[in-house]
Design a protein around this ligand. Structure first.
Ligand code: SF4
Ligand code: SF4
Length: 381
């Protein structure tokens, strides 16, 4: 075995693998693509060089949902092995143009969507938004997310949060055009080399976020929440997801839902909020307070929730699989429950599930809605 393969095995602790197959057994992509995390680990242990393993097209099918790591009895993280293989391609420049463009845009403009940095705050136009100032105290520093800032289909999420924060009289501040990508998807696309783009963005963002005297940073997207909470070791403020804050406001009576919504609602757990950070109760608690609503549960929920395939850099990669998309399975499951609203707490879930809803032709019966959007319609201006 060559030294490169040996150091790859050591880096990811692969010798601990007992080939039980629990990773592949739980992998949602193994159901519809050639991805087999157990096999990748096995092949590395058999001495296959990482450069060869990196050529497997299915390494790009991983959604980084983290199910494999959560299920591994030996504490291995097959998802990190796959990201490590992507890194080999990124380092050698052999990547899809869409991936290259996303990474270049993240470096140049602070977002992976090839949008100008100067228009990051355009979604705020016409709204009464409180801005945070570096050096000044703010209780809740809001971190928006690139996708919410730039994609008109999900800007409504942040716009409704503003409405809610103003209504509840919260001490908050947004960052505006100075905010940059949290780098979660940069990491997932394989830009994880030492002192590479991910490290650089974490360092720059840490400096920016620490320049505000914030008590806590409130991330709107679960992807930003997971990154800031788990991959930014030097942040001074606590990091929470918006569902923590909104639950608090409802509990303390600072926010009141005055409207009614007599609909059947099912909640889809985003992987980066649920499986990766154990935030299961807050979104359910919020939804349970909606007057008139009936809340139902997916059979596959919480730890067993099905991934929507929005993460893991999959917004910028194509899969060869012709099998039904997981988001399509999810909307079919929601329809079978008789749900009229498929509630989510993540911009990627909105986009993938809404696409699937349209692909299946279910628009007449059901809609996909982010929790903030649902709440925004239930509070008085
Ligand atoms: S779950 Fe862990 S121990 Fe089992 S095959 Fe996968 S990596 Fe190996
Ligand atoms: S992170 Fe999810 S999609 Fe990727 S290999 Fe693990 S279980 Fe499969």
């Amino acid at each position: 075995m060559n030294t490169e393969t040996l150091s790859f095995i050591q880096k990811y602790d692969l010798l601990g693998c007992v080939q039980c197959g629990r990773c592949t057994g739980g992998c949602p992509e193994a159901m519809r693509t050639g991805l087999n995390p157990r096999r990748v680990v096995y092949d590395a242990l058999e001495g296959n060089v990482p450069e060869e393993l990196a050529k497997l097209p299915e390494i790009w099918d991983c959604t980084t949902c983290n199910t494999c790591a959560a299920r591994c009895p030996k504490g291995l993280k097959p998802v990190d092995v796959l990201i490590g293989l992507r890194n080999i391609l990124v380092e050698s420049g052999v990547i899809q143009p869409t991936v290259r463009d996303a990474l270049e845009s993240a470096f140049r403009e602070g977002n992976p969507w090839d949008k100008p940095r100067a228009t990051r705050g355009d979604w705020m136009k016409g709204l009464d938004v409180s801005m945070a100032e570096p050096g000044e105290k703010v209780e809740n520093l809001i971190y928006v997310c690139c996708t919410i800032c730039y994609d008109p289909k999900v800007q409504v999420i942040a716009q409704n949060l503003v409405k809610i924060l103003n209504k509840a009289g919260v001490d908050y501040g947004f960052i505006g055009d100075d905010e940059s990508c949290c780098a979660s998807e940069v990491y997932n696309l394989g830009e994880v080399g030492e002192e590479g783009l991910f490290d650089m963005m974490v360092e720059d963002n840490t400096e920016l976020l620490n320049s505000y005297k914030a008590t806590r940073i409130v991330a709107i997207s679960p992807h930003c929440y997971a990154a800031l909470k788990n991959q930014y070791p030097n942040l001074k403020a606590d990091v929470i997801h918006y569902t923590h804050l909104v639950k608090e406001l409802l509990e303390e009576g600072k926010l009141e839902l005055t409207g009614e919504l007599p609909k059947k609602i099912v909640y889809h757990d985003p992987c980066y909020l649920g499986k990766q950070n154990d935030v299961y109760d807050e979104p359910r608690d919020i939804l349970s307070r909606i007057p008139g609503a009936e809340i139902v549960e997916f059979e596959r929920s919480k730890e067993r929730s099905l991934c929507c395939e929005g993460g893991g850099g999959k917004m910028w990669t194509e899969s060869d699989s012709k099998e039904e998309r997981l988001a399509e399975i999810r909307v079919k499951d929601a329809r079978a429950l008789g749900a009229e609203i498929l509630a989510v707490a993540c911009p990627f879930c909105v986009l993938t599930l809404d696409d699937a809803l349209k692909a299946k032709g279910f628009e007449e019966e059901m809609r996909v809605a982010e929790i903030l959007e649902i709440l925004g319609d239930l509070i008085e201006e």
